[in-house]
Design a protein around this ligand. Sequence first.
Ligand code: FE2
Ligand code: FE2
Length: 134
Amino acid sequence: MYEMKDEYLTGIPEIDREHTRLFEIAEETYQIAKQEFIPDKYDQIQTLLEELKEYTFLHFEHEEEYMESIHYKKLYTQKIQHEGFRRKLEELTRLDSIEGDQEDQDKVIDDILKFLTDWLVSHILHNDKLIGKL
Ligand SMILES: [Fe+2]
Ligand SMILES: [Fe+2]
């Protein structure tokens, strides 16, 4: 469902490796979310979403450091986007605030994953890919 594709490659090995890992965590979360009978499913999902968040934060730091190192001229645009996404992630990963039955929760998790990966794909295609084009 969620996977790294050739078209997402920036040509910068560290960044591509980290993007790959982000898709892997999203996929792992999706695989657990879609199964019906797993004990502690929501605990696992919460842990994975937390991991996704931490890893994304780390990735943004690395990416920004890299852009600074090459004096990338669109660094500011990237920083603003990263910051917006950080805030969104903080908000979305507060799963404990979600009330409701299993169906509601599954729907919420689906929406979160879809939002996260849509954002990631569009940011990679429209912003991150340009970094490698200098
Ligand atoms: Fe970025
Ligand atoms: Fe990135």
